[in-house]
Design a protein around this ligand. Sequence first.
Ligand code: ZN
Length: 147
Amino acid sequence: MSELNQLYQRVILDHNKNPRNFYKPDGSNRKAEGYNPVCGDQITIHARLDGGMVREIGFQGSGCAISRASASLMTEAVKGKNRSETQTIFESLQRMLSGAGFESDEPGGLNALSGVRRFPVRIKCALLPWQTLIAALDEKAESVSTE
Ligand code: ZN
């Protein structure tokens, strides 16, 4: 395993073990639930939007290491971002997981998920928190399923 892959592995294990923002922020005004039946990942995203910007974000639920690490990294990546900035990061992540390189260094932490593309079945695990967040921001769906 290359040094970079080892670093990414450590980031994922760390975020799985000590997920950031694993809570429901006070004053949350956006919420959605996501479910990935292939893996059994369940996630609830809570966010507090203010002036169109994600001020606080947290998640709850249970899932595999990839989904938890992705959710944890996501909460760090989107804080202070608006809806379209969040969508841009999400699309970059989707491109990265479909085999393209990550187009920007920012947010660097998400690069740790690049190894997931070698395991196509786990890509849904990595994308679930993002799909759920977008649903929460759009207030379109209370729940999201990857199937
Ligand atoms: Zn999973």
